[in-house]
Design a protein around this ligand. Structure first.
Ligand code: F6P
Length: 483
């Protein structure tokens, strides 16, 4: 470990940069962790590696991870930060992760509740909440052990909303930042939470010196909640940023949009495995225009309405039949939750229905694939004519930035105005209301009809804007905010 504590940066997140599996002989094999938060933090850390020393604390998510955690090694992949996995008891983890983080906080911030029926906060919720508190306390204990004067601590996401305050209690002089990768709910929706929980989450985050968000809208909603729920003194600055004064401390609230390292992504997109997939997908398209989407099968991603819009396009604009192919990559996600299993089934049903309704002997209108294959996703973005990104609400949505960067011919982007990315790159996209299926179908038509030169111009503008906000800048801004 470093002799200069001010060089040390601790990162804390639920999912970490590495995950383990048991090989047939019982040994442990390591692979990279997935998701937008992990790739953003990893890429940012790699770019500033000479200026800092890093230790990343994350949860052991599987039995193989727990075994690695028990062996106590600080796992290091070549060139990566050392990782300390916390061996949280699996029941406690499941209640905190599935019961609170994914079923309550994720639903609140993405406005996903079917409110006539859900949520219902009763004894089960209270049991899960006590596990969520214990899970956050386990992180605060581990961070406090690693922290010395001058150490900077970057705590990630809604899983760890209480950790900043708990760490502050253990290490009053720690320099703490919290970053939220989701949207933030407006006060009226946030107040669906039981009153004491609504207070505890905001109070937990305000243990940090700096609270970061991906878009001005989410930061502004957080400030509104601090004022409405806590009665905190809020000062509003430009673009959604501001300050919250609460319990004798000030927390700066910052807006840090996350972009993409365009050079690195393009280099990855030119690798042989990606080119092989690109050739195979192009052969499948057979000269037809390609509409591509790449998502986790996540309720907020709005895949069902995306498919409905494609169906409406084929119904109302029959001229596109036989001339377009929709590649929908929808990778499995959170299958422990019944809502996600039901949603996945609906996606499959709709996709089968579209093919049954419109396919001809020499044309299948839709290919839905659920196998998570990173190289193939990059390949699809490389050759896409149109990229469909229509979430109901999304912290940022990096695919909207990655697609135009990878695109060879220049793709037209149909983008939900409710994605955080819309604030950054929306000027060059065809923006849609994600609930409006007819408007989405019309945007797909406009995108397919857009002249090639205009697509190229827009994609180049998006690529330049996204590359200008590369993860190194995103991370450096947060570290600088800690002084
Ligand atoms: O959006 C925030 C985020 O943490 C992303 O990094 C990631 O895509 C997701 O939420 C968490 O996913 P998971 O539950 O699979 O770790």
């Amino acid at each position: 470990m470093t002799n200069d504590p001010s060089r040390l940066v601790l990162v804390a997140s639920n999912r970490g940069p590495v995950s383990f599996a048991f090989a047939e002989d019982g040994s442990l094999t390591a692979s990279r962790g997935g998701g937008g938060m992990v790739s953003g933090v990893m890429s940012g850390l790699a770019a500033i590696a000479c200026d800092v020393e890093v230790l990343w604390l994350c949860t052991a998510l599987s039995d193989a991870d727990r075994e690695a955690a028990r062996r106590g090694d600080r796992v290091v992949e070549p060139g990566d930060a050392p990782v300390r996995m916390l061996d949280i008891p699996s029941d406690m983890f499941s209640a905190a992760y599935n019961g609170i983080a994914n079923s309550v906080l994720w639903f609140v911030h993405h406005l996903l509740f079917d409110t006539p029926n859900q949520p219902r906060f009763g004894p089960e919720f209270r049991r899960d909440w006590s596990c969520y508190m214990a899970y956050n306390a386990a992180f605060a204990d581990a961070l406090a052990q690693e922290c010395t004067a001058g150490t900077r601590v970057l705590i990630q996401d809604y899983h760890l909303a209480l950790a900043p305050r708990l760490l502050r209690e253990r290490r009053p002089s720690a320099r703490i930042a919290h970053f939220e990768h989701t949207p933030w709910a407006p006060p009226d929706y946030y107040r669906l939470l039981p009153d004491d929980i609504a207070v505890a989450i905001l109070d937990g985050m305000l243990g940090a010196d700096h609270a970061g968000f991906l878009a001005g809208r989410w930061a502004a909603a957080f400030l509104d909640c601090c004022e409405a729920v806590l009665g905190a003194r809020v000062t509003r600055g430009a673009g959604g940023a501001g300050q919250v004064r609460y319990r004798g401390r000030t927390t700066e609230v910052g807006v840090h949009p996350l972009g993409v390292d365009g050079t690195a992504l393009r280099a990855r997109g030119r690798q042989p495995d990606v080119s092989m997939h690109a050739d195979a997908l192009a052969a499948m398209a057979h000269g037809r225009q390609l509409i591509v989407r790449v998502d986790r099968t996540e309720l907020s991603k709005n895949i069902v309405r995306g498919l409905a819009a494609y169906r409406e396009l084929l119904l109302t604009r029959p001229g596109w039949r036989g001339r377009v192919l929709h590649l929908a990559f929808a990778y499995p996600s959170r299958s422990e939750l019944a809502e996600y299993r039901e949603y996945t089934a609906r996606v499959h049903e709709l996709a089968t229905g579209i093919n049954a309704e419109f396919a001809t002997p020499d044309w299948e209108p839709l290919v839905l694939d659920v196998k998570d294959d990173y190289a193939r996703s990059l390949a699809a973005c490389r050759i896409a004519d149109v990229l469909l990104v229509n979430p109901l609400r999304d912290g940022m949505n990096l695919v909207a930035e990655e697609g135009p960067i990878l695109s060879e011919r220049g793709c037209a982007l149909v983008l939900s105005r409710e994605a955080g990315a819309a604030a950054l790159i929306g000027d060059e996209a065809l923006l849609i209301n994600p609930y409006d299926v007819t408007a989405t179908a019309e945007a797909l038509h406009a995108a397919l009809s857009m002249p090639a030169a205009e697509r190229r111009r827009r994609a180049a503008m998006i690529a330049a804007t996204a590359s200008g906000r590369a993860p190194a800048r995103w991370l450096t801004e947060q570290l600088d905010a800690l002084g």
